[in-house]
Design a protein around this ligand. Structure first.
Ligand SMILES: NC(=O)c1ccc[n+]([C@@H]2O[C@H](COP(=O)([O-])OP(=O)(O)OC[C@H]3O[C@@H](n4cnc5c(N)ncnc54)[C@H](OP(=O)(O)O)[C@@H]3O)[C@@H](O)[C@H]2O)c1
Length: 327
């Protein structure tokens, strides 16, 4: 089968299109024909072997797992004898991070990493959903308590709003009637407005933590400021949830967050991704026409280097998707 393989850490140039052996599922796995895969920040970090923790996961000197790609959508070809939920022919999607292997024509997956894809959802849309939508749901609903009417999370800000998490986040926040502000670079603001953001801020021109405005809930995908800046930008009883960003700043949130919560009654917390947990909810929202993934692409398998470059430069809008197989 064809796959995008890397044998050393580096920039997108180390990704090579190669012929490799087709994987064989064990008794608890299904073999999937991959139709589409999207790029996540974790793929980008594993490609370069940064931060160091990713080398502990995937090899100190060179990558152990040589095919990246976690968020996939495809068709079941074979099932192991213990697999209960799926049959050959089923169209499924999910997040395979931990195993990866999605930038390939075939991949093996545990059944609990997958969910049936609604017929009306394209493979590209399905591949865009897993990590980004889970982080948006878990950041806004589970940790951000956007649903809590008593706490009135009316004014919401998403920092790093034009990428994967933010483009799902605004659509989810709008379901709760929130007024949503998005922060990103100037090239993405028009797309963000068209997606439903009520206000947009160009981060190169304005610092949302210093403009005198405050928010009931902040969802951050970039965490590049101090906890005191975030505290200042929160309204009384406000919640700040971060899904990722600078390691030093995240450690600060981890260490200082509880103290700030106690003293100022403003909650700062880190969202730890629960893989695939809310895919059924996303299926419902999609079928009801309430959420639609924003797709950059789709690119072809032989354009993966280009797609990774676009992602690494931050020039993508929504989710970068690669179409692998065509019927
Ligand atoms: N918590 C967990 O368990 C977990 C698991 C997986 C992933 N993650 C994290 O989740 C996040 C994934 O987010 P994503 O998929 O939405 O990423 P993304 O698609 O790369 O989007 C991030 C956006 O932020 C923008 N940006 C860059 N610098 C900024 C700044 N200073 N201020 C505001 N915006 C800025 C980027 O645009 P430009 O670069 O063009 O400016 C880009 O549009 C990552 O941080 C990842 O590490 C967390």
């Amino acid at each position: 089968m064809k796959a995008i393989v890397y044998t050393r850490y580096g920039q997108p140039e180390v990704l090579e299109l190669k012929e490799v052996a087709k994987p064989v599922p064990n008794e608890n796995e299904v073999l999937l024909k991959v139709y589409a895969v999207s790029i996540n920040d974790w793929d980008w970090q594993l490609l370069q072997g940064i931060p160091f923790v990713n080398r502990l996961i995937n090899g100190l000197v060179k990558p152990r797992k040589r095919i990246l790609g976690s968020d996939i959508a495809g068709r079941v070809e074979e099932v192991g004898k213990n697999v209960k939920q799926f049959r050959p022919g089923d169209e499924v999607y999910g997040d395979l991070s931990g195993e990866w292997g999605g930038f390939a024509e075939y991949v093996c997956a545990r059944e609990n990493a997958l969910i049936l894809k609604p017929a009306e959802m394209s493979f590209e849309e399905a591949a865009a959903i897993p990590q980004a939508a889970m982080l948006a749901v878990q950041g806004l609903i589970d940790r951000g308590e956007i649903h809590s009417e008593s706490k009135g999370r009316r004014k919401i800000l998403i920092n790093g709003a034009g990428g994967g998490v933010g483009t799902f986040g605004v659509q989810i926040a709008k379901l709760y009637g929130a007024e949503v502000t998005g922060v990103d670079n100037s090239g993405k603001l028009e797309m963000m407005r068209s997606l439903g953001f009520d206000h947009v801020i160009d981060y190169s021109k304005e610092d949302f933590t210093k403009n005198g405005k405050s928010y009931d809930l902040i969802l951050d995908v970039k965490t590049n400021r101090s906890v005191f800046d975030y505290k200042r930008a929160l309204a009384p009883n406000g919640i700040y949830t971060t899904v990722g960003g600078s390691t030093g700043r995240l450690i600060q949130v981890l260490l200082m967050g509880p103290l700030i919560s106690k003293i100022y009654k403003k909650n700062l917390c880190i969202v730890v991704l629960k893989q695939n947990k809310d895919l059924a909810y996303m299926n419902e929202l999609f079928k009801e026409g309430k959420v639609k993934p924003v797709i950059d692409g789709p690119y072809r398998l032989d354009e993966v280097q280009k797609a990774f470059k676009l992602f690494g430069e931050g020039n993508h809008k929504g989710k970068v998707v690669i179409r692998i197989t065509r019927d």
